[in-house]
Design a protein around this ligand. Structure first.
Ligand code: FDA
Length: 303
């Protein structure tokens, strides 16, 4: 209850101009680098290499969300093309996850599709992240359009907090999709998403069981140990092949759990973002766990 209230305060404060100015200037040095690989592609590649050396898989994301114009959206896609080619040429066990608003979705669905298609056509696996609820329809439409065009090296994300997700999942299952299941990171109104964490957790488990049984590929993206243990037990009891699912966690969150699961033989992928526009991403991570915000504030007070 207290955590939910703090989360709302932190996510609302994230939009305050003064908070944004202070955190943007000092946040990386004061603790943000725990969650973000750095500001450049070289920083990202270095972090991915280190994760691979520890037996972990990784994905990377150029941080950033809405773009101002078509040229900016195309420039983002150009950087992603350089990135996917670099991951392939360096032989990294890493793929890319991206946001459609960063590729221009708010300027036009066709623009976002063109940019996405240019990246996907390089041949590497690309995951389309899920953003706020007004973007869910368009995101699922573009995912389906790629699959209808015969593009298979692509996956997307479903959020357990949305009431609609059960139906979205049912509609996607005939495609044998590659889906990442998350609880959901944005502040959504009770009209579209479960306000209570317990309901989100229950929905997560229900969706997860459906996915694991359905025969597509499931990325179990959570740090919730109860759910992770349940997933392992459920997969064993229902003979779900181990090459049809993986665990995913965020860079800097529960690193020991990541290593423990990998040591037990499970595939673990660490989502490792980079880029100069790290502010909204960092604020979402702080909102998920008020202790992270306190950690950053303490560092700020020590200066
Ligand atoms: P929960 O919030 O219940 O946390 C369980 C435990 O994990 C906590 O008790 C704590 O120990 C630890 N923990 C969780 N978050 C932490 C943090 N920030 N710092 C420290 N400890 C933390 N969302 C979305 O809407 N669209 C998306 O595309 C994605 N993509 C995505 C990819 C990957 C790989 C992950 C892991 C997550 C996402 N998310 C996301 C975010 C997701 O929706 C959710 O907000 C976070 O994963 C936190 O929820 P948990 O499932 O970890 O559970």
């Amino acid at each position: 209850m207290l955590n939910a209230a703090l989360r709302t305060v932190i996510l609302s404060a994230a939009d305050n101009r003064q908070v944004r100015r202070v955190v943007s200037r000092h946040g990386m040095r004061l603790g943000g680098s725990r969650f973000v690989a750095g500001e450049t592609m070289d920083d990202s590649v270095r972090a991915l290499r280190e994760l691979n050396a520890k037996g972990l898989y990784a994905n990377t994301t150029l941080l950033g969300e809405a773009v101002r114009d078509e040229a900016e959206a195309r420039a983002v896609a150009d950087e992603y093309i350089v990135l996917v080619d670099r991951l392939a040429s360096e032989g990294l066990r890493a793929n890319v996850a991206l946001k459609l608003t960063h590729l221009g979705l708010e300027l036009g669905e066709e623009l976002a599709y063109e940019n996405l298609r240019r990246i996907v056509d390089r041949g590497s696996f690309i995951r389309i992240d899920m953003e706020q609820s007004p973007f869910v329809d368009a995101t699922l439409r573009l995912y389906r359009r790629l699959r209808d065009d015969g593009v298979d090296n692509v996956g997307t994300v479903l959020q357990a907090y949305l009431y609609r997700t059960e139906q979205d999942l049912a509609a996607l299952l005939p495609l044998q999709p590659n889906l990442r299941l998350v609880k959901g990171a944005y502040l959504e109104p009770p009209a579209v998403a479960y306000p209570k964490k317990a309901d989100v957790d229950t929905a997560y488990v229900r969706l997860l069981e459906t996915m694991l049984r359905a025969g597509g590929y499931t990325a179990i993206a959570t740090h919730d140990e109860t759910i992770i243990d349940h997933a392992i037990r459920f997969a064993d009891e229902h003979s779900v092949p181990h090459d049809t699912f993986e665990f995913q966690m965020l860079y800097g969150v529960r690193p020991q759990l990541q290593l423990d699961l990998a040591a037990r033989g499970y595939k673990v992928l660490v989502a490792t973002p980079y880029g100069p526009e790290w502010y909204p991403y960092l604020m979402r991570r702080l909102g998920e766990r008020p202790a992270n915000a306190l950690f950053l504030l303490r560092n700020l007070a020590r200066r």
